[in-house]
Each structure stands twice: as C-alpha cells, then as structure tokens.
Design a protein around this ligand. Structure first.
Ligand SMILES: Cc1cc2nc3c(=O)[nH]c(=O)nc-3n(C[C@H](O)[C@H](O)[C@H](O)COP(=O)(O)OP(=O)(O)OC[C@H]3O[C@@H](n4cnc5c(N)ncnc54)[C@H](O)[C@@H]3O)c2cc1C
Length: 430
C-alpha cells in the first residue's frame, strides 16, 4: 500500500474527487485562491460525459431570464437558485469566452459554443488548470475513507484504488466530491459513492433516472415494427404531477421499440417517474394537434366523409397521418375510433399509459443524491466537516436545455469557494 501524503504542513491542499464539469470548476476556483489542488478521477481522462454531451451539440446553458431559468429546477429551485446567483448563465458564457470559446444563442434560446463542440473548451480548460498547478491523478477510483474522515487538522484520509494498488491520500485540508450521478456508467459516473457517504451518516436519496425514456405496457407488433424510431413532431404532452401541479409542454418525442423517448418525454420525466413510483403507472395525455382548438378538431372530424376512408378523412381535414394516425388506432378501441366526438377528444388528449422508466444507465441524467438537508448552504456535508459536494451527485434535476451543466458548474463554484475559504480560515487560526 502506498501512502501518497504525509503531514498537514506546507501549502494548503484540497482534493477534488471527480473530474467532470463540477469538479473541474471547483478545482479552478480553488487554484485561483492559491490552494494546491489534486484532482482524482477513476477514468483514464477527465470530462468524459462532458465530451459526450458535446457530440450532439454542447448545450452549455440557456439565455432565458433568471426567473424562468431558476423555475426549471422545479421543487429544488430554492436549493439551486443561490448557486445560480453566484454563477449563472451570463457568468458561464463569460467564463467560456475567457477560454477563447465564443457562444451563441440558438433559435430555442439555448446557448452553444460557436463550433457546438465540447472538446476545444475542455482542452483549453485543462491546459489552463495544469498551468495553474492543478495536479491530475487519473485511474484513481475513490473507494473509501482512511481512518477517521477528519483527524484533528491532520488532513482528511481518502483511499483510492489505482493501477499500482491502493493509495492513501491523507494530507488534504478539505475535499470536494464531484462524483456525478449514475447514468452512462461507462463514462465514469456509476453512483458507487453512495454507500461511502451513507457509511458516514450522510443521507442520500436513491439515484433514479431523469431525462429518460419510458416503456409502455407493450406496443402491438404492427405498431412497433412500423413506427419504432418515428418522430412525433409538433405535439403536446400533459401529466398531472403527484404534487398537484400540471406539466404541459409542446415539443416532440420519438416512438421506441418499447415505449417513448426524446426531448418532450425527457422534460416530463420527473412527474412521470414520480407517478409511476406511487401508482405503478402514469397516464400522459398527448395532444396530436396543439395548434388546433378542440372545437375546430371536433367540427372537422364530424364533417361527412362520404365514401372516403377514415384515414383519408383525417389526413385531408386535419393533416393527421403516419405515426400520429397510427397512434390513435394503437391506443383507441374500434368503437372510439368510429365515434366522431370521442375520436376528436382523443386527438386533443390521447391517453398513453407509461409503466416504467428506462434503466438509469440509459438516462441523460439522474435525480436523487445528496440533499439540501445534508449540506450547509455552502455545500459542506453537515456530517463531514470540510467535505463539500457539487454537481449531479446533489439531489436536484432539471430538463435538458443547458440547465444540467449550468447547475453543475455553479455548484462547483460554490463548493470550491467555500472549501478555499475554509482552509484559509483554518491556517490563519482563530
Ligand atoms: C448523452 C448526454 C448528453 C448530455 N448533454 C448535455 C447538454 O448538452 N447540456 C447539459 O447541460 N447537460 C448535458 N448532459 C448532462 C451533463 O453532461 C451532466 O449533468 C454533467 O456532466 C454532470 O457533471 P458532474 O461534474 O456532476 O459529473 P460527471 O460529468 O458525471 O463527472 C463525474 C466524474 O467523477 C468521476 N468519478 C465517479 N465516481 C468516482 C470514484 N469513485 N472515484 C473517482 N472518480 C469518480 C467520473 O469518472 C467522472 O469523471 C448530457 C448527458 C448525457 C449523458
């Protein structure tokens, strides 16, 4: 067994465990404060999920006004909003500019780097961190505490599994944990940290999928074979959340082999997941023609169709065909399809029963984690003095749109600043 560190003398030292956007941001803030930073990560390189996020166009943040932005964190708004005040969308764009990465606002209000990619930003960022003296310890998987989590100013003991065996790092005056959630585990975030915190008395809410797809009880063979992969464009989705609020949004989603996925479904994933957990299923209502009023649809469906088939009628009167028309046939009985009033109502509010979320590993993000109650307002664990948490491992969720990364960066700033202040206050003495 190697012992990486020895005593608390020398420069102030902070360990950052987890080199995603949250951990790297904490590392940057700490090094700017003159702290010696050691970043540990289980993977051979840092920022792997961040790089993946860049594959489809890196949506760094969103340009909407602060109030609307903060509302995206739903029930966790009060937890996240102070972090956004410390480092929100404008500061994030400014920070990217400081790395030579200009950003632009897309038509949806989302903010992207001009080249849409994550790799140039990460490259520039890592170069800046290295030149500031941040040390990177790759292939170091944090596996537990070494002795007491804190031994009276002697540093916080961390145990790592590395390619050269177990390593103990015990000279850090504070620790920032930024270990991510539990989706896409092959990129490093596997949620294996949960029992390590629970063993020290930290309450952790179970990690569950967020921004994920859902399964239906089962499509017919016909529908699955013909429409898996088909996009449902320009629709609206509504669900009554268990807290009494109602989610209602326009957008698009995709039919999958066993259910539905895509941005509109991801956006509803919190209320859908909670309802399934409580009731065993969630009924979402799909409006196939959100731009048409219920009266208009009812009048068009009721028009005499003569010898024309119902499909031709719906197509010519309402432009309903393809996967949208097929979904009506898939979900309604024959009687309902042939009853004009019921059909019209279903076109505006088609009930779709979702029975389970897709596995967490497939999700864009996860909910659950270390909750606000377990933390001070500066993100220090109440049960573990001088151990801070940041990023997706905190208990919050938000839709896609740049809200995930923004909160990860913001929490990294808050945890990094607090850790820097705690170690400098400690060295200065009373
Ligand atoms: C396909 C996809 C696309 C996305 N696109 C976007 C987007 O466009 N915009 C957006 O806002 N968000 C997006 N996200 C979400 C965003 O990438 C994450 O929310 C964000 O990366 C989380 O940052 P983090 O620093 O908290 O954790 P992570 O980025 O998950 O980093 C955690 C780090 O901790 C390390 N680690 C974990 N356990 C240990 C351990 N025991 N020991 C040592 N190291 C450990 C991991 O190896 C990893 O490097 C996307 C996610 C996915 C999957």
């Amino acid at each position: 067994m190697a012992t990486a560190d020895a005593a608390a003398a020398g420069p102030r030292r902070v360990a950052v465990v987890g080199g995603g956007p949250a951990g790297l941001m904490a590392a940057e803030v700490l090094s700017q404060a003159g702290v010696q930073v050691d970043v540990y990560d289980a993977m051979p390189s840092v920022g792997r999920k961040f790089l993946l996020a860049g594959k489809g166009g890196l949506n760094l943040t969103h340009s909407e006004p602060h109030d609307a932005f903060a509302a995206r964190y739903g029930q966790r708004r009060a937890f996240i909003e102070p972090m956004l005040q410390a480092f929100g969308a404008p500061q994030l764009r400014e920070w990217a500019r400081g790395l030579g990465i200009e950003t632009f606002v897309g038509t949806s209000g989302r903010v992207f780097p001009t080249d849409m990619k994550a790799a140039p930003l990460l490259r520039a960022w890592l170069a800046r961190l290295r030149s500031a003296g941040v040390r990177f310890h790759m292939r170091h998987r944090w596996v537990g505490w070494a002795g007491a989590e804190s031994n009276g100013g002697q540093g916080i003991g961390l145990r790592f599994a590395s390619s050269s065996g177990e390593v103990i790092a015990d000279a850090h005056d504070a620790v920032v944990l930024a270990l991510g959630g539990a989706s896409w585990s092959r990129l490093g975030s596997d949620g294996a940290w949960v029992p390590l915190l629970e063993s020290r008395g930290v309450a952790v809410q179970p990690l569950v999928p967020s921004n994920c797809g859902f399964d239906v009880a089962g499509w017919t063979d016909f529908f699955r074979t013909k429409f898996a992969g088909a996009p449902m464009k320009n629709v609206a989705l509504a669900i009554d959340a268990i807290d009494g609020s109602r989610f209602e949004q326009q957008g698009e989603f995709v039919v999958t082999e066993g259910g539905v996925e895509g941005s509109l479904v991801y956006a509803a994933s919190g209320p859908v997941r909670e309802r399934i957990a409580r009731d065993g299923e969630a009924i979402v209502h799909i409006d196939l023609l959100p731009q048409r009023s219920a009266d208009f649809v009812a009048a068009e469906v009721a028009r005499p169709r003569g010898s024309r088939s119902l499909s031709t009628h719906l197509k010519s009167r309402l432009g309903l065909d393809g996967v949208k028309a097929a979904l009506l046939h898939e979900l309604l009985s024959r009687e309902e399809v042939h009853d004009a009033a019921r059909l019209a109502r279903a076109i505006k509010s088609l009930p779709l029963r979702l029975v389970r979320p897709r596995p967490i590993d497939e999700a864009i993000s996860s909910a659950g984690g270390v909750g606000a109650d377990a933390l001070t307002d500066r993100l220090m664990l109440r049960a573990l003095p001088r151990v801070y948490c940041a990023g997706e491992m905190l208990d919050w969720e938000a839709p896609t749109g740049g809200y995930l990364l923004t909160a990860c960066f913001a929490s990294g700033v808050v945890a990094g600043r607090a850790a820097a202040e705690s170690v400098s206050a400690e060295r200065q003495g009373p």
